[in-house]
Each structure stands twice: as structure tokens, then as C-alpha cells.
Design a binder for this molecule. Sequence first.
Ligand code: SME
Length: 157
Amino acid sequence: MAEELIVAQGGKTEKYEVLYRQIVALVEGESDDIACMANMAAMIHSTFHFWWTGFYRVVGEELVLSPFQGDLACSRIKYGRGVCGTAWKMQATQVVEDVEQFPGHIACSSLSRSEIVVPVWRGGEIMAVLDIDSEHLATFDEVDKLWLERIVKLFDR
Ligand code: SME
């Protein structure tokens, strides 16, 4: 993988297309999950300048903070708790337009207004979640869901 991120001009889809190609190259060349999560978080974060971009890994009955970009965040989230724990329990991506409307949302930062959490699957089990926060309302939509699900599918190897 080239060590300089290329960010496409244009809209969200163009940015995701170029980002995705670079993430594929990264994952092909690196077998360590933590290393891949670290660079993926950095690449997604630098492409879109989100508020917080990172992973929580499933460890026993909890999600444990893993590579991320942004301010400090809570270290552990219980199964079914918050947006992250809900994505894990429901086994489905959660797109939250307004975190204040999400019952049980865990506010790691008072500036976070909207959020998307995508389960990371491997061999039929969820091994992590990808969590992205925005300081703006309704940042995430079906385009983000589609591409972020495509990105984390690269862990199912
Ligand atoms: N808001 C998340 C907690 C993690 S932080 O946003 C980084 C949640 O409700 O699960």
C-alpha cells in the first residue's frame, strides 16, 4: 500500500470508491487485524473529517475500545448498550440521525450529533463494530451504510 492517502474530488460516492480501493490494497498486504483497523480508521477519518472514527472489538461479553481517530472514548461497552452494543445485539448496522433520539445512546463526546455503527463479521460471528460519529445531525445515509459495510467485509477472511 502506498503510504499517502489519496482523497478523490467530488461527492461521497467518488470518495468512497477511491478510499475502498486503497483499503483493499491495505488489507491484502497486512494480516494483522489491529494494524488494519488502525489504518482503516485513519483513512476513513482523513477522507471525510468525521468527528470520531474507530473500532470496538468483541471481547467476551463486552466491546473493547480498539484503534480509533478522535478524542478519547469509553473503553468498554456492554452487549446491547448504546448504539454500538445495539448494532452487536441486533446484528445490523445502526444509522442514527440524531443521537439524542436514540434511547441509551452513550455520549462519549457532547459534540457528537449523529452516528453510524457497522458490525464487522468473520466466519458468521461479529468480531467488532466500526463506529463513526459526526458533530452534525443526519450525516450518515444509505451511501455510507453501503460502503462501510463493504469495507468491513474485508475482515471476513
Ligand atoms: N456513542 C457510542 C459510544 C462510543 S463513542 O461514540 C466513541 C454508543 O452509543 O454506543
